[in-house]
Design a protein. Sequence first.
Length: 304
Amino acid sequence: MDAVRVYAPGSVSNLGPGFDCLGAAVAGKGDVVTARRVGAPGVRVASVSDPRIPLAADRNTAAVAAAAVLRGLPAVGVELAIEKGLPLAGGLGGSAASAVAGALAVSALFGLEAPREALLAAALEAEALVAGRHADNIAPCLWGGLVLVLGLDPPLIVPRPVHPGLRLVLLTPSYSVETARARAVLPAQVSRADAIAQAAGLAGVLAGLEQGDLDLVRASMSDRIAEPARLALYPGYVEARAAGWDAGAGVAVSGAGPTVMAIVRAGDEGAVASAMQQAYARAGFETTLHAAAIDPLGARVVPA
Ligand code: HSE
């Protein structure tokens, strides 16, 4: 095989109280990385569809993750072509998707059959470089579906079910938020009351998603750690969250934002999306609406 093409889905993370430990893969939006064997040893980036993303192999998440998979094979050479389907600094796991796609593409190209845990460790090196050392986008991107990240060293990933009667609505307002900037404002410590509320909320969200109990999801979906510290980075969000809530949804920022995720009953997608879009419009922001079923498969090799 001379070339391998991999699709890696975008993802939502945190889902309210699951800060840095809960994420879900999202269907219909993702990055594609094609890896080609070349004679000269090492990993190079031949092209990236978004000119804002560096070609330098030590600053590109697909290349950093690919190099981590190939560590120990210094003689092999590979070139990567990266097609970004996910927005930069959008809160949809774009850096993680490119990293996962780069890692899986070189593993498949050289017949390494690296287990998902090894690919996660490689992608985590890349994610740590640009966004911080957390796997709540990488893990759903690799496993598909909803996953809980119980540990990183070693990786311990727990897939969790989502009731088929629930849907996601994703809205990206017309501004970007760099993850590094959003992480710089996080509190170093949280109070006992906030830690207890966060733990209870996470358990409630997981139970509600499994049972299809949207009232339980809504009662559980607030984040006591990241969102309060980041609110100033998300103009229009407080109003959009209130509008989504009034329309019957559970609402949270997706990852470091600014994409906002709403969990809704099947059939309510249009009404919730429209209420939240109008709230952003009143605050002066256009929004992009994403079709958002959960991707059950995760990153995969696709035809070249
Ligand atoms: N859990 C992370 C955060 C996701 O909220 O910072 C962003 O990569």
